[in-house]
Design a protein around this ligand. Structure first.
Ligand code: PLP
Length: 456
C-alpha cells in the first residue's frame, strides 16, 4: 500500500520530470501522441492484475456493442458453457476484450465491409509482434516477402536483415524511384511477378505518401500474394476517414494503437477473411505470446469509442493540414523535403543540403540534436540515397502531438521558421577523431537563443 511518491520517490520524480518535458518541448515525433487521461486511467486499473490466456467466445464477434455490454446475459452464458479461456476469473475481462474487438471493427468498417465481417485481434503486445505473428500465421520460413526497403521508409519488421522477419524469410525489397523518390507501382509489380512473394507489405514508417491500396491489391492478385497493410502510422487518419482505407483491399491489416490513434501502446490485426483471422489468433496466442494485457483491452475499447467522435475526425484532419502547412513553409525557407513532399502526418527534411565551408554536410543526427536543444524534438531518419541505417541524412517530423495540443496552420509557420532558422545557421565541419574523420556541426548560438525564446 502507499503512493508511488512514498514508496519510490526517485521513480516518481523521474515521471514528474518527464511529464514536464512533454509539456515544455514541441514534440514532432510522428510515431508519438499524447494518450488522453481516460486511457491512462484504464491502463492504471485493476485489470493489470489478470491472466486471461485464450480468447473470448467466437460468437461475441457478431454481437452489437449493446449485446456485449449486457453483462447479465453474458455472465449467464459464461456459466452455462465451457468458456474458451485457460483461466477462471475472466468473466469481465471477456466482456472488455469483446468490446475492444467490436469497437475496433466498428471504427474500421467501411460501406462495403461491415463491422461483423471484420475479424479483429487486439492481443498483439505491439506493432512488431503483430507483424511477426502475421508472417508466422500465413507463411513458412524461407517463403518470400516483398516489402519496402528500411532505408526508403519501410519498417524493421518488413524484412530488415537485423529483424526476425529478415532472418526467417527470403526478403525482396522495393525502393522508391530515383527521380521522384516515390513508389513506382510498375516496378513493384515487376518485382512481384519476378519473385512471386507469398506476402506483399505496404504501409510505412517514414515514407510520407499514403499507399494506393487498390493498385497494391491488383499487384498482389497478379502473383497470388497476400496483401498485408501495415497502417501503424496512419491508423488514426484511416479510422477518421481522412486517408484512404485498406479495408476491402488488403487481406490483412496491422496497426499500432499508440501513434495517430492516440491510444495505449498495443496493436491490432484485422481481416475480413475469417480463415485468415483464425490462423492469426493462433499465431498471436499461443504462437507468439502468453497472457494478454487486459488493461490494454480496456484502454483500446475507450480509444475506439473516441475514434468514432466528430472531435477525433477533426483532430485527424487538422494533423494532416498542419503537416501540409509545416512542409510548405520549410520548403519556402529553402529546406529540401525528401520524397518530394507529403500527404500524411509526417515528412522528412534532407539535412545534407546544408553544407559547411569545407563541404561537410549536416547529418540527421546532428540536426536532431541541435533542434532538441532548441526545444524541438524529432528523430534522425534515413532518406533515399542513404547507404546504411547507421548514418541518416534526414530528420523526420510529424504533427500528431502538436495538433493535439491545439496548434494550427499559423503556428506551423512559426515552428517551421524556428526549424529553418536553427538548421540554416548550422556550419558543419569535419574533425579528425581517433576513429577517423567525423562530421561536426557548429551553430550560431545567437540564433539558437532566439529560437529558444520563441519556443518558450
Ligand atoms: N510498423 C510500422 C510501420 C511502424 O512504424 C512501427 C513502429 O514505429 C511498427 C510497425 C512497430 O511498432 P512497435 O514499435 O509498437 O513494435
Amino acid at each position: 500500500r502507499g503512493k508511488l511518491a512514498d514508496i519510490d520517490k526517485d521513480v516518481d520524480e523521474l515521471i514528474q520530470i518527464e511529464a514536464e518535458r512533454q509539456v515544455r518541448k514541441l514534440i514532432l515525433i510522428p510515431s508519438e501522441s499524447s494518450a488522453p487521461q481516460a486511457i491512462h486511467e484504464a491502463l492504471g486499473s485493476v485489470l493489470q492484475n489478470l491472466y486471461a490466456e485464450g480468447y473470448p467466445d467466437e460468437e461475441t464477434r457478431f454481437m452489437s456493442e449493446a449485446e456485449i455490454l449486457d453483462y447479465t446475459a453474458r455472465l449467464a452464458h459464461y456459466r452455462r458453457y465451457a468458456d474458451p479461456r485457460y483461466y477462471k476469473g475472466v468473466e469481465y475481462a471477456d466482456v472488455i476484450e469483446s468490446l475492444a474487438r467490436r469497437r475496433c471493427a466498428e471504427a474500421f468498417a467501411t460501406p462495403t465491409v461491415s463491422a461483423s465481417q471484420l475479424y479483429v485481434n487486439v492481443q498483439a503486445l505491439s506493432g512488431a509482434p503483430a507483424n511477426n505473428a502475421v508472417y508466422h500465421a500465413l507463411i513458412n520460413p524461407g517463403d518470400t516477402i516483398l516489402g519496402m526497403n528500411l532505408l526508403h521508409g519501410g519498417h524493421l519488421t518488413h524484412g530488415s536483415s537485423v529483424n526476425r522477419s529478415g532472418k526467417l524469410y527470403n526478403v525482396v525489397h522495393y525502393n522508391v524511384a530515383p527521380g521522384t523518390e516515390q513508389i513506382d507501382y510498375d516496378a513493384v509489380e515487376a518485382l512481384a511477378k519476378e519473385h512471386k512473394p507469398k506476402i506483399i507489405v505496404a504501409g510505412y514508417s517514414s515514407y510520407p505518401w499514403a499507399p494506393d491500396w487498390e493498385r497494391f491489391r491488383l499487384i498482389a492478385d497478379s502473383c497470388g500474394a497476400i496483401l498485408m497493410a501495415d497502417i501503424s502510422h496512419i491508423a488514426g487518419m484511416v479510422a477518421a476517414g481522412v486517408l484512404p482505407s485498406p479495408v476491402g483491399y488488403a487481406h490483412v491489416i496491422t496497426f499500432t494503437t499508440h501513434k495517430t490513434l492516440c491510444g495505449p501502446r498495443g496493436a491490432c490485426i484485422i481481416t475480413n477473411d475469417a480463415a485468415i483471422g483464425r490462423k492469426i489468433d493462433k499465431a498471436v496466442f499461443p504462437g507468439e505470446q502468453g497472457g494478454p494485457h487486459v488493461h490494454v483491452f480496456a484502454a483500446l475499447a475507450t480509444t475506439f469509442k473516441l475514434a468514432r467522435t466528430p472531435e477525433f475526425r477533426k483532430l485527424q484532419q487538422q494533423i494532416l493540414d498542419n503537416c501540409a502547412a509545416l512542409t510548405k513553409r520549410l520548403q519556402e525557407r529553402g529546406l529540401r523535403i525528401a520524397y518530394g513532399g507529403t500527404n500524411t502526418h509526417l515528412g522528412n527534411v534532407d539535412c545534407k543540403t546544408i553544407v559547411g565551408a569545407d563541404g561537410t554536410p549536416l547529418s540527421g543526427d546532428m540536426a536532431a540534436r541541435i533542434l532538441d536543444v532548441a526545444g524541438i524534438v524529432l528523430n534522425r531518419n534515413t532518406i533515399p540515397g542513404d547507404k546504411t541505417a547507421l548514418f541518416s541524412s534526414g530528420i523526420r517530423y510529424g504533427t500528431p502531438w502538436m495538433t493535439q495540443r491545439g496548434l494550427n496552420e499559423k503556428d506551423m509557420i512559426q515552428v517551421a521558421d524556428i526549424i529553418a532558422d536553427v538548421l540554416l545557421a548550422c556550419k558543419p565541419y569535419s574533425v579528425e577523431t581517433r576513429q577517423g574523420p567525423a562530421a561536426r556541426a557548429k551553430i550560431d548560438f545567437r540564433v539558437l537563443e532566439d529560437a529558444k525564446k520563441r519556443v518558450r
